[in-house]
Design a protein around this ligand. Structure first.
Ligand code: ADP
Ligand code: MG
Length: 699
């Protein structure tokens, strides 16, 4: 089949026309024949099996059965009436029910004649019923062509309103097969097809739409999933390899005095093996002549900051400047203070630049950046402002990546003519499979080990009705000298309400923990940054015992003496947020606790989230569950450039296929980066990229 035919606009397909074409475009993103071919069914109805009535299960699924109608009656109900038929086979009985078209059905249905019925079964009032079944006389059914597995296509309300039902979609695809004679150009090399024992492209496309049996369906699915993942990996890996070749980076070949002195004399603790390994990986990048683009992931508290600092020291040793960007002012402050403390005996200049930096101070920073006096600049988004320009920025570090979009990363990148080395740090560990797909263009380092001596945080779930006990627990902990966080949700849409919750909560805490025995801090987004810092500092110094706050403290805040985290309305937080919040405690030597407070009414997703939190401290496991609950796009908080718009594969479930695809993509590119020896793959890839861009552009 000529590929160009597949680029025919969908409106030209017989049975489509301009109106339906518009609906197909807006609802399903179908612009061309090719897009329709790639509209894969969500599931299949197995019409190869006939159920006995006594085999029916309360799964609300679609089944096929053979039996007879023995009587029909009209039943009056509150609004209108319904037609009810008693349907039996030799194993039992059930009801068939109609709410519409009753007259026609009554006149046409035959009693005591075998029928094949098909539809969804409901369990109602102690018996099974099937509303609006599809019905066919057994004798006609036996004559007809057997469709084994019937595809169910993705659909939307608008599609069915406009008459594009599942049956119509199926018909359109049949028409497309007629017009293209169902032959599709092979898109994988003969070697791959042979080695992986794949079925051909044409066979796969045919069997995904009209599977002859389960086995062929499985083969078709495998082949198409592999192909989809293979081409994504191919693009990501190629990009990465070309990037390494083309994009020259500053060579930090000098491991100089600062790094050595810090390492030998000022490390406050011994690095964990994971930290050592990661520093090594980073050093290899920095000395390689190519620009580093590395993602450093590690659970909360795994010790990423010191790795960041050591990387910055390498930059300074090679006469470059470094910057560190954090998502919130509190966190930027904390990095600034923490890093100042770590390097207080070294001769380096560090400044802090945030939204609340005074104008006069800003001016000095700008000057010192440009004349090179400043070695390290730490700050918030303020670092991205146009006025900020460096003498020679050699390294940019972005902390807590999930708060920044991909675009912002690029913005940092484009501030230099020659791009600085980039290190992105995230505490939302991304499952490896997802990381591979999302960040195939980044190299990944993982700190998979916590510093020694940490006691795992104990997490419990408590209902609001148990508040008194929880307060008593807080009192006991404070008596032992510990500090407490109490966090309230603040979610944009209901900001006023949430704010009231916070204030009410604060007042009730203040009543139960009165002055002068107890000192309470409060921090929320409506406060001036200077006031926030003041309160944070009081808490950090141990002058207050309780910190009432919104999620502003979510990321990165480090107060080792705080050992209890109470999360109010915990059912309203997402999993990764809960995990981040919990990570604020468990930083010192004491046993820490996390208490998740909720009301009694909980959705099943909320229950899963709470149970997950109670059962594990492992950020990677939590991320996996989160991913399953929320879907990958949402997890990242940004629309990821289509990488995750998978048509058939599932990043989680098809993990094994992904690994195989990645392995082969790597193998092929390693020996043949121009794909000169793989013309079929090269052609398919070119088509893919070309048409993807064209249609993205048009839509
Ligand atoms: P995160 O990875 O969440 O940014 P931090 O860098 O803030 O973690 O480190 C968390 C805490 O652990 C800090 O108090 C830090 O000083 C401490 N820490 C980091 N690495 C080690 C280590 N190897 N041994 C002991 N403590 C460490
Ligand atoms: Mg951190």
């Amino acid at each position: 089949m000529n590929t160009n035919v597949l680029q025919t606009p969908i409106a030209y397909l017989k049975g489509v026309g301009p109106n339906r074409a518009e609906t197909l475009q807006s609802e399903l993103g179908i612009y061309t024949y090719q897009d329709l071919i790639n509209l894969f069914p969500n599931r299949y109805i197995d019409k190869t099996k006939y159920y006995k009535i006594n085999q029916l299960q309360r799964t609300n699924s679609e089944v096929q059965a053979i039996g007879k109608i023995v009587n029909i009656k009209t039943v009056e109900q509150k609004r209108g009436k319904r037609l009810v038929a008693k349907f039996i086979d030799d194993s039992g009985e059930m009801e068939l029910v109609w709410f519409r078209g009753q007259k026609w059905i009554r006149e046409n249905l035959k009693l005591n004649v075998p029928y094949v019925i098909f539809g969804k079964v409901n369990w109602f009032n102690g018996s099974f019923s099937m509303p609006h079944p599809e019905m066919e006389l057994l004798k006609d059914h036996e004559k007809g062509i057997k469709i084994g597995m019937q595809p169910v296509y993705p659909s939307t309300e608008k599609l069915s309103n406009k008459g594009i039902t599942n049956r119509v979609t199926g018909k359109l695809i049949q028409q497309l097969f007629l017009e293209t004679s169902g032959r599709f150009k092979e898109t994988l090399s003969p070697e791959l097809v042979k080695e992986l024992n794949l079925i051909s492209k044409s066979e796969a496309i045919f069997n995904i739409h009209f599977p002859k049996n389960q086995e062929l369906l499985a083969k078709a699915q495998y082949r198409l999933k592999f192909e989809e993942l293979f081409y994504i990996q191919l693009q990501l890996i190629a990009k990465n390899l070309l990037h390494k070749k083309k994009i020259k980076g500053y060579n930090f070949n000098h491991v100089g005095t600062l790094f050595k002195e810090f390492y030998d004399h000022h490390l406050p603790f011994e690095l964990t093996n994971a930290q050592k390994r990661v520093v090594k990986e980073i050093r290899a990048d920095l000395g390689s002549n190519a620009q580093m683009n590395r993602l450093l992931q590690g659970d909360v508290g795994s010790g990423k900051t010191i790795v960041a600092l050591m990387t910055m020291l390498l930059a300074i040793d090679n006469n470059y400047q470094a910057c560190l960007m954090a998502p919130t002012e509190i966190l930027a402050n904390q990095h600034y203070n923490g890093i100042q403390e770590l390097v207080k005996d070294l001769d380096i200049n560090i400044s802090l630049l945030t939204g609340s930096t005074k104008k006069s101070q800003r001016k000095i920073i700008h000057e010192e950046l440009e004349n090179g006096k400043l070695n390290i600049l730490i700050g918030t988004h303020a670092l991205l402002e146009d006025k900020v320009s460096y003498k020679n920025l050699g390294l940019a570090i972005v902390d807590e990546q999930h708060r920044f979009g991909v675009a912002q990363r690029a913005k940092l990148w484009h501030k230099n003519n020659i791009p600085p080395h980039i290190l992105v740090m995230t505490a939302t560990p991304i499952p490896r499979t997802l990381a591979m797909s999302l960040y195939g263009d980044l190299d990944i380092s993982t700190i998979d080990e916590l510093p020694p001596g940490r006691k795992p945080i104990k997490t419990v779930h408590r209902y609001d009705s148990n508040r008194l006990k929880v307060f008593q627990f807080i009192r006991d902990e404070i008596r032992k000298g510990r500090q407490i966080y109490i966090v309230y949700p603040l979610i944009q849409e209901s900001e006023a309400l949430d704010y009231k919750d916070l204030m009410d909560g604060y007042e009730s805490v203040a009543r139960d923990f009165p002055l002068p025995d107890y000192q309470i801090s409060i921090v929320h987004g409506k406060m001036k940054p200077a006031d926030k810092d003041y309160e944070m500092a009081r808490f950090a110094k141990g002058k207050t015992q309780i910190m009432v706050a919104t999620t502003v403290i979510e990321v990165g805040v480090n107060v080792p003496n705080a050992s209890v985290m109470i999360i109010e309305s915990a059912e309203r937080f997402g999993l990764s947020q809960l995990h981040q919040l919990r990570g604020r405690v468990g930083r010192g030597a004491e046993q820490s606790f996390c208490i998740l407070m909720t009301g009694h009414k909980l959705s099943s997703d909320s229950k899963t989230r709470l149970e997950t939190m109670v059962s594990t401290n492992d950020g990677f496991k939590i991320a996996e569950v989160d991913l399953k609950l929320r879907g990958p796009g949402d997890l990242m908080g940004t629309q990821q450039s289509g990488v995750l718009n998978l048509k058939i594969a599932d990043i989680i479930k098809d993990n094994d296929i992904l690994k195989t695809a990645r392995y082969h993509a790597q193998r092929i590119l390693k020996e043949d980066i121009g794909l000169q020896k793989h013309p079929i793959i090269l052609h398919a890839l070119t088509q893919l990229v070309k048409y993807k861009n064209i249609w993205n552009y048009i839509s």
